[in-house]
Design a protein. Structure first.
Length: 238
């Protein structure tokens, strides 16, 4: 388990639903901000439900909760912009090739491959030639100035873009002491906005983005754990 996986599992309560819906913003003593569908007391613990089904939940100490606020989650928006035509080599970017690039970048920065894949899905939908309305480019949607500062010569080259985007995300995680929600908010809205608001900015797009990435990360992580358990179960039954 790398340095942000445990935090991401706790922050799974940043649940995002495509339609606007009521939820609860939970603030904990340790400084983490969570969003859950609903909650219920269970002895000295408080059970925070991630969705309306009651099947997915996170337990925390009741005395760890310092504030509860009603919130409305926004509708999901497509933040990836139009794409340019890809070269023949880049057009052949396969899931296996993508995974290998993510694994290499993740290993270099001790970041989970599924976290990086979740950022890419939210940023570009996996399109290496995506361009946003603000000019961000490539798989991890690097702004030209940011890319230049990271030494990325071609933001439309998948390997360079992933390497630069991972380096940038790593720097933000270190800046915010591995607080994934703050790092993702800074990735989307810029560190200045996070610092100005002393937390995730109250921007509709940024809050939707943070929730979308964390939800996708937890979905991928849960699927990976389930697959590992299935393999272990089959192996143990032989």
């Amino acid at each position: 388990m790398n340095r942000v996986t445990a935090f991401a599992l706790l922050t799974a309560a940043l649940f995002f639903h495509p339609a606007a819906r009521a939820a609860e913003h939970i603030t904990l003593k340790n400084g983490f901000d969570l969003i859950c569908d609903h909650r219920a007391a269970d002895g000295e613990r408080m059970r925070l439900y991630l969705d309306a089904s009651d099947a997915n939940f996170v337990d925390v100490g009741a005395d760890e909760i310092v504030a509860v606020e009603h919130v409305d989650l926004p509708r999901e928006t497509n933040i990836a912009g139009p794409s340019h035509g890809a070269s023949s080599d880049e057009a052949k970017l396969t899931p296996q090739a993508m995974h290998e690039m993510l694994a290499q970048a993740g290993e270099a920065h001790d970041l989970d491959v599924d976290l990086l894949a979740s950022v890419i899905k939210a940023e570009s939908g996996g399109n290496p030639h995506a361009v946003s309305r603000t000019g961000a480019q490539g798989l991890m949607q690097l702004m030209p100035k940011t890319a230049a500062g990271l030494g990325v010569g071609n933001s439309f080259a998948p390997g360079e873009n992933i390497s630069g985007g991972t380096t940038y995300l790593d720097a933000l995680l270190k800046k915010y002491h591995d607080n994934l929600a703050l790092a993702l908010a800074a990735y989307n809205a810029g560190p200045a906005a996070v610092d100005r608001w002393h937390g995730v900015p109250p921007y509709r797009e940024t809050r939707a983005y943070v929730a979308r990435v964390i939800r996708e990360f937890n979905r991928r992580y849960a699927a990976r754990v389930a697959a590992q358990r299935q393999v272990a179960s089959v192996a143990g039954g032989r």
